[in-house]
Design a protein around this ligand. Structure first.
Ligand code: PXP
Length: 238
């Protein structure tokens, strides 16, 4: 299984102060040096975290797989075609949401999505559709020509009781099984963390790649805090 690290939160932290740091591009380099198989970013319509400057630089410096998460809009297709990442993951996007809140309605939006999938694929970009573990959506993903799906693991991550968690794992397992039988590659992500990952990995088959952001960046803040305080103390007291 491959790990791609989403570095959007680093850009969020930079942008709250309109500062130059922390730089998501530097974070991407460190993630790859630590062994990550690639980097994910989501260029949103409102540019709340990643900017076009970041996209250009990430394209230049990322050595592993680059996953361009994007809404299926004309503007994003244009930028994605200019960027030429190895992977484009299409996600629904709503302005008011804090983060992506669910999978695409592939069935309902098939006519809009199909030509976008084709244009990106014709440029040599693998296209993945972010979907809930819903068998109908997965069949539609195959029907409109996607080669890959990313299973939305958010409901699993947010489950409050053991029985809810088990229920979500069963849905994810059946969805992954069907996708595999249809010849689709299976990715997964959203809300996967240091506590819920093992059960997910044990239970859900055929997952080739996971996209994880919040848990890793949040842990980095804490495990890196000791060193950051010591470095400042050396200046203050030195
Ligand atoms: N996959 C998709 C499609 C996402 O939208 C996100 C969040 O940006 C992730 C994976 C990563 O989720 P998290 O930050 O919770 O690990």
């Amino acid at each position: 299984m491959r790990l791609l690290v989403n570095i959007d939160h680093v850009a969020t932290l930079r942008n709250v102060r309109a500062a130059r740091y922390p730089d998501p591009v530097q974070a991407a380099v460190l993630c790859e040096l630590a062994g990550a198989d690639g980097i994910v970013f989501h260029l949103r319509e409102d540019r709340r975290h990643i900017t076009e400057r970041d996209v250009r630089l990430l394209r230049e410096v990322v050595v592993g797989k680059l996953d361009f998460e994007m809404a299926p809009t004309e503007e994003m297709v244009r930028i994605c075609l200019e960027t030429r990442p190895q992977l484009a993951t299409l996600v629904p996007e709503r302005r008011q949401e804090l983060t992506t809140e669910g999978g695409l309605d592939v069935q309902g939006q098939a006519r809009q999505l199909e030509p976008i999938v084709k244009r990106l694929q014709d440029a040599g970009i693998e296209v993945s559709l972010f979907v809930d573990p819903d068998l109908v959506q997965i069949e539609w993903a195959r029907a409109i020509g996607a080669t890959t799906i990313e299973l939305h693991t958010g409901d699993y991550a947010n489950a409050r009781t053991e029985s809810e968690r088990e229920h979500e794992l069963i849905l994810l397992r059946e969805a992954a099984q069907l996708a595999h039988e249809l010849g689709l590659r299976v990715h997964a992500g959203h809300g996967l963390d240091y506590w819920n990952f093992s059960a997910f990995k044990r239970t859900v088959p055929h997952v080739e790649e996971v996209s994880i952001g919040h848990a890793i960046i949040a842990r980095a803040v804490l495990v890196g805090l000791d060193r950051a305080v010591r470095d400042m103390l050396a200046l203050v007291r030195g």
